[in-house]
Ligand binder design. Sequence first.
Ligand code: NDP
Length: 473
Amino acid sequence: MEKAEIGLIGLGTMGSNLALNIAEKGHRIAVFNRTPARTQAFVESAGALRDMVVPCASIEELTDAIRPPRPVIIMVLAGTPVDEQIAALRGVMSANDIIIDAGNANFRDTMRRFKELEGSGLTFIGMGVSGGEEGARHGPSIMVGGTPESYQRVEGVLTAISAKFKGEPCAAWLGTDGAGHFVKTIHNGIEYADMQMIAEIYGILRDGLGMRPKEIAPVFAGWNKGRLESYLIEITASVLEADDPKTGRPVVDIILDRAGQKGTGKWSVIEAQQLGIPATAIEAAVAARVLSSMKDERLAAEKAYGANALKFAGDRGDVLGDLELALFAGKIAAYAQGFAVMAGASKEFGWNLPMPTIAKIWRAGCIIRSQFLDTIAEAFGKADPSTNLLMVPAFVEMMGKAHPSLRRIVARAAEAGLPVPALSSALAYFDGYRQGRGSTDLTQAQRDFFGAHGFERIDAPGAFHGPWGSGAA
Ligand code: NDP
């Protein structure tokens, strides 16, 4: 039988869809799953693609079925299961074979695995895949980290299965070792901020303007035709339109306000902190999910303090206009933070991350796909990739027009007692970023007062101490 082009371990939600996508694009694929029943079910579901699939009962059978050098995608749960599969593959693979971890790995694990395989003759690729089940089946965004040579071997398959934006594949090699998984992590961090800001705007529409889900849905649908056009805004409109079959009520009204998370948002924040790059909108979004999980405490606090949700006064049309621009301004600040974190990591880990390419491969296939990313790709194409997005000329103009609305919305939400943590963090970041002289002169004075940490002067180089005398300790 003709050898397979590539192999895949793990036929769960993502693995099975990715395998069908690969088969559909004309690449024969060998598959293996720990639980054989799942392999059987997968083969039965393959339909017309059955001939392109080689089901295997063991890892040995899997590697035997592939044309050398043999690339094998691991799509199992992140963590120890990935290390177990790598160990099993090491036992049966030979020189130049390629192990590809396509799960949501922590990039530090990817760097470790990459190092552990160095000198073994095998190569390792850490590959971020975004777009969920639908993306895996019909075209995800694919972020690759590894050696350029190993990428060359799989480039044809990956570009064929990836999403396309105006014909351009949303798959790219981004750097060595952990680059792909790092970029996927920050993608998810930005996704957290994007989703949180949309939820905050929805909260204002619901509680500040007293609108019902069916009235809010067309607002988002309308925004989806303009500067906010994106997958997340599109699905927000659809979600708000949907009714619960059991009660007939809008589905959002019967969903418990307790959000889950799997870790990539938290990893984004941890890495931003490690790198010393502010990512306040992402931090606020992660914290908002944590606070949302404290349902009982929130109910008790509402009893203690009362629900201070005042209505927004004024013309509804004016408020809606402000909300759209506020969301846009918040989005600019959140993306500026995400890209700044990637620029910091690129320097720290020597990746030379191609920012315009990252923006390009996020334009389709992934959860944060949007028209906006096309604008970012174009703007970054003309700027130094380490430039903060807020300083790229096209964005200076857009933010200049949008931030007054963000300011009004954050101020009115604060007055009304409606929480807007991501939007207000985005605003505070912007205001801090554009303030030539801030107030940390005082912080430095305090640090010198109690800890003799010293400070710099505005009028002379060097380190100085203040005239604190015996009051300092
Ligand atoms: P599923 O739960 O649907 O499937 C898990 C798969 O992992 C199954 O094939 C399972 O095999 C296998 N597995 C679990 N533990 C082991 C183990 N110890 N040894 C061997 N195989 C094991 O997960 P998903 O497909 O959703 O996720 C897979 C990866 O993709 C994860 O890293 C996830 O974070 C990532 N991801 C998921 C997305 C999504 O939207 N779902 C989006 C992007 C990335 P078995 O049948 O034997 O249990």
